[in-house]
Structures are given as structure tokens and as C-alpha cells.
Ligand binder design. Structure first.
Ligand SMILES: Cc1ncc(COP(=O)(O)O)c(C=O)c1O
Length: 376
């Protein structure tokens, strides 16, 4: 059997460890100078004015929902083909996620279906850049503006991607990133919301710190003990040493994206035109950053292929069970089969292959030959 190849894996190098050690030896290990520096660096990298770093991508989604004032009685349109956290963030605020079907070729939210889902209770559209490919933001922006909705990008898969030459981070009113270990860069756990809006920025910095209007460091440096909690918030703070890791990782992001794209091309060349395997479609006007490399299997049972690949040491995965089919959503919101037919059909066919920058060409060729064998 081959060495086990996971579907995703972080890359931590000596300089990353040094960067973290340096902060651990300093005075501030939480909400110190590295947090602000990391926020500035990520916002600068993606072309946004402000960044608010928090403890996870999920916390970042919740913080974005709070920023726009979503609450009871409101609806937010979300694609069904995503990780549960996208929809959960809507529920955290007491609002209702309205599940929208995706395009069967790209698995990105379908703007035509978005239109059909808009009601007088709609407050926002949440786009998910599935696998690392940006959605059709021109179409979504037009729909959002015409219906006075906020446009949010769940860009947990797409840090560094671009649409029509414009970077993810500049395409929506708020954009959310995750720094979980399988993502493009990691802080262990961590996330960030970027925006150009000073109002959203102010609300979010408060929300991640219990709804308190100043943080401890600001008070310590200002020589004051006084603080007020002005709204209900959470402890969603990220630590300084996590942000030091993030800063160190960010320097390597362009090279790592290039490597992900090379791996994707190698897979594409191997699988294009290969009977039962069909890589997901990529539109011509995007720079896809391949958080995931997803194939569709036709005329062959996905789970059979999944099992034989796992048995051969290839860490394939399935992203995702359509969120509206999870028991929680069925029971709480009455969602059911048939609501998002494209997502439901394609879910049965998809498989995510190993994709991370440290994969060697030899690893990729091993995956290709085992996949070919499994479908033959
Ligand atoms: C599309 C999407 N949104 C949100 C999240 C949540 O991010 P985190 O794991 O950092 O909380 C993930 C994580 O996998 C994701 O894939």
C-alpha cells in the first residue's frame, strides 16, 4: 500500500515556528500588536480597507451577520452546497437561511435561482466560492443592489482568487476567510472579515470582544479601567501568536497558490476526456485558487470509488452533503429532498482529491493512477 496521502494538509516551516516563538516571548499573547498587523496585511493583500481577525471562519461568518444587523424575521439566501457553518451563522442570529440551488457544472450559487428566493424578508445574499472558484459577482451584485440586499462572500475557500481581474475581498460588502489548517494559510484556528465600511468595521471589533467598546490593550495603554458593554457580543478574539503565524504564512501564499494551480493542471490533463471522470467546470474569467480539487463520477458508484481509494491510502473526501438535508435543518426549518435538485444530484457524484502545496508531482501521479484504476 502507498503512504497515506491526505486530502489537505498545513505547511509549517521553521520561520513560522520562529515567528510564533517571538510573540510567545513578548508581553502580549492575545490581542496585541500582531493582531492589528495581520488584519492590515490580509486586508492589504486582498485590496480591502479593514480586516477584523477572529477565532475561526465560523466566528467570522457570525460576526459578518451581526455587522449587517441580521435578526429574527430576516432571511439570508445561502447556497445549499457548502459547509454547514455558512448557514449556521444565519441561525446564530435568529434569522432563517433560505437554501438556494447551485449550478450543476461549477457548484456555485445560481443567480437565477437567487432571484426566485427573494422575499420581503430577505436581508442578504451569502455567496460561497466553492472549492476556490469565485461566484458570478457581477450578477450577484446587480441582484443585491436592485433588491437592496447586502452581498456577503464566504471566501473560506478562495483567499487569493480573482474574478474578472478583481480580487476576492473587493467583490462583496463583507468577505469572510478561514485559516483552518486545510485552508490556503493557517493560524491553527482563525478567520477574518474584510470590508471597506468603517461602520461594519466598528461593529465587528466590538462584537468579537463581548460587545465592549474598547479592548484591554487600548485601556491599559490609555491608563483607564473604564469600559462599557454596549451590545451583546462574544469572545471571538484570536491570539497574537496565531496572528504571527498568519503573517508568516501570508508571505508564502502566492507561491502556494501557484503550486495548487499546477497540481490542478496535472489532474486536469490526466482526467479530461477520461470516461467516467469529469473535473468541475471552471469559468474563463476567474483565477481559481483550488482549495479543493473536485471530480464528478458518472455511471459509477461514488462510494465504491471512495472506498477503494481510501483502501489504497488516498485520503479522498466528499464536500459537501447539501446543508438543507442535515437533520437539524429538516427538523428546525422543514427543509427536504427536492428543494435544491442540482446540489442533491451532484452531491451523489462528487469526490475531492488530495490538494495541498506540499504534494509532489510523484504524489499527484500516484493519486491519478489509483483513481484511474478505481474507475476502470
Ligand atoms: C465554506 C466554508 N465556510 C465556513 C467554514 C468555517 O471555517 P472554520 O472551520 O474556520 O470555522 C468553512 C470551513 O471549512 C468552509 O469550508
Amino acid at each position: 500500500m502507498n503512504r497515506f496521502i491526505p486530502y489537505g494538509h498545513q505547511r509549517i516551516e521553521e520561520d513560522d515556528i520562529q515567528a510564533v516563538a517571538e510573540v510567545l516571548r513578548s508581553d502580549w499573547i492575545t490581542t496585541g500588536p500582531a493582531v492589528g498587523a495581520f488584519e492590515k496585511s490580509v486586508a492589504g493583500f486582498v485590496g480591502a480597507e479593514y480586516g477584523v481577525a477572529v477565532s475561526s471562519g465560523t466566528a467570522a461568518l457570525h460576526t459578518a451577520m451581526y455587522a449587517i444587523g441580521v435578526g429574527h424575521g430576516d432571511e439570508v439566501i445561502v447556497p445549499s452546497m457548502t459547509f454547514a457553518a455558512t448557514a449556521n451563522a444565519v441561525v446564530f442570529q435568529g434569522a432563517t437561511p433560505v437554501f438556494c440551488d447551485v449550478d450543476a457544472e461549477t457548484l456555485l450559487i445560481n443567480p437565477d435561482v437567487v432571484e426566485q428566493k427573494i422575499t420581503s424578508a430577505s436581508k442578504a445574499i451569502m455567496a460561497v466560492d466553492y472549492a476556490g472558484q469565485p461566484c458570478d459577482y457581477d450578477a450577484l451584485r446587480e441582484i443585491a443592489d436592485r433588491n437592496k440586499l447586502v452581498l456577503i462572500a464566504d471566501a473560506c475557500h478562495s483567499l487569493g482568487a480573482a474574478y474578472k481581474g478583481r480580487k476576492v475581498g473587493t467583490l462583496a460588502d463583507l468577505t469572510v476567510f478561514s485559516f483552518h489548517p486545510v485552508k490556503h494559510i493557517t493560524t491553527g484556528e482563525g478567520g477574518m472579515v474584510v470590508t471597506d465600511s468603517p461602520q461594519y468595521h466598528r461593529r465587528m471589533t466590538m462584537f468579537r470582544n463581548h460587545g465592549i467598546s474598547t479592548d484591554y490593550r487600548q485601556r491599559a495603554e490609555g491608563g483607564s479601567w473604564f469600559y462599557e458593554m454596549v451590545d451583546l457580543g462574544y469572545n471571538y478574539r484570536i491570539t497574537d501568536f496565531q496572528c504571527a503565524l498568519g503573517m508568516s504564512q501570508l508571505k508564502k501564499l502566492p507561491g502556494w497558490i501557484k503550486r495548487r494551480q499546477e497540481i490542478a493542471s496535472r489532474y486536469d490533463r490526466a482526467f479530461n476526456g477520461l470516461g467516467p471522470i469529469e473535473p468541475l467546470a471552471v469559468t474563463s474569467n476567474v483565477s481559481h485558487v483550488y482549495h479543493l480539487y473536485v471530480i464528478k463520477l458518472r455511471g459509477i458508484e461514488r462510494d465504491k470509488v471512495f472506498n477503494s481509494l481510501r483502501a489504497a491510502g488516498i485520503g479522498v473526501n466528499v464536500h459537501y452533503i447539501p446543508v438543507h438535508l442535515h437533520p437539524f435543518y429538516r427538523e428546525r426549518f422543514g427543509t427536504r429532498e427536492g428543494m435544491c435538485p442540482a446540489a442533491e444530484t451532484v452531491y451523489e457524484q462528487i469526490l475531492s482529491l488530495p490538494m495541498f502545496p506540499a504534494l509532489t508531482n510523484e504524489d499527484v501521479d500516484t493519486v491519478i493512477s489509483v483513481v484511474r484504476e478505481a474507475v476502470s
